[in-house]
Design a binder for this molecule. Structure first.
Ligand code: PMP
Length: 331
């Protein structure tokens, strides 16, 4: 690999070097056209093919049933926080939010601009039993964030929303779904997967670029998409397929994330209770070994290592080895 840094960033995060190399090779002349892909019309046959292939790859990898639309939206995760109530809240005028950390709190705050919402849960460390939730059976949807990347709170399983549609922020699940800068491409693009019967309910004030129905009708080429991001994403999706698909992405890292290792990675310097100067030392020493982006989110501090699709077991082994040595020296 031409890259030598170990990037444990939470997003933008490491992408497969094979993909980066491939992009580099065809950057100046896409498929011998003499033009870069980023110079081509989004209505060109080259780009439309990329757009189609990206959609097909998502459908295949995630086994998305035919009654669900796959959309590529801009505006990142935070844009989608607004798009969700704008598209889905109108059915009953209210929504339920399971707030388990920073991102679901932000999503709930957006929703509050557009209708009534009830907030369930607020606990960073412990995940409360589902039987203790008070869900509104008339909610338009129940929203949850599968993995809170700032707080390190992950849902142990998909919550039971009974008959209420479920909306999940799957931004940072190892190869589930995906917001691009996490693990499937450059930032900005979001993959939205939505059941067809929920379409057609957008609020009047919903901007067309965020209107799922409109975007679905235009097959995600409703305006000029972030063509480069979708192009890189398509390559990453093909890379995932070639490397065993979703199941392989999930199992590959398991030996190092389940059990003691995850404890080691999450709690090594102690999160909120950590010693800040030791944390700074940790980051500094890690960088000497070309291990980057280990600093926790600016709102909580601490140390964080994100293990997305392109991170290999040997990357994690190097990190763990460094952590053990660091503890011996400074612990
Ligand atoms: N959801 C989760 C779980 C995230 O981790 C993030 C960003 N790290 C977001 C949403 C926000 O995404 P964006 O920066 O694309 O708006």
């Amino acid at each position: 690999s031409s890259q030598s840094a170990l990037n444990f960033g939470a997003g933008p995060a490491k992408l497969p070097s094979e993909v980066l190399y491939d992009v580099q090779q065809e950057f100046l002349s896409y498929k011998n056209t003499g033009m870069s892909l980023i110079e081509m019309s989004h209505r060109s046959k080259e780009y439309m093919e990329i757009n189609d292939n990206a959609e097909k790859a998502v459908r295949e990898l995630l086994k998305v049933p035919s009654n669900y639309k796959i959309l590529f939206l801009q505006g990142g995760g935070c844009g989608t926080f607004a798009a969700i109530p704008l598209n889905l809240m109108n059915r009953t005028g209210s929504a339920d939010y399971a707030v388990t950390g920073t991102w679901s709190a932000k999503a709930a705050k957006e929703a509050a601009k557009y209708g009534k919402y009830s907030q369930n849960l607020r606990d960073r460390e412990v995940f409360p039993d589902e039987s203790t939730w008070t869900l509104n059976p008339n909610a338009s949807y129940l929203y949850y964030c599968d993995n809170e990347t700032v707080d390190g709170v992950e849902f142990p399983k998909i919550p039971n929303s009974h008959d209420v549609p479920l909306v999940a922020d799957m931004s940072s699940i190892r190869c589930y779904i995906w917001r691009c800068p996490k693990n499937i491409g450059p930032s900005g693009v979001v993959v939205v997967i939505v059941r067809e019967d929920l379409l057609g309910n957008a609020m009047k004030v919903c901007p067309s670029v965020l209107d799922f129905t409109h975007v679905a009708k235009e097959k995600s080429i409703h305006n000029t998409p972030s063509t480069f991001s979708v192009y890189v994403m398509e390559k990453v999706l093909q890379w995932i397929k070639k490397n065993g698909g979703v199941a392989a992405m999930q199992t590959q890292i398991v030996p190092l994330t389940i059990g003691s290792e995850v404890g080691l990675i999450y709690h090594f310097v102690g999160g909120k209770n950590g010693n800040e100067s030791l944390e700074a030392k940790f980051v500094e020493e890690a960088e000497k070994l070309k291990m980057y982006q280990l600093k926790g989110h600016r709102s909580v501090g601490g140390i964080r290592a994100s293990l997305y699709n392109a991170i290999t077991v040997s990357d994690v082994e190097l990190l763990v080895k460094f952590m053990v040595e660091f503890q011996k020296q400074y612990g």
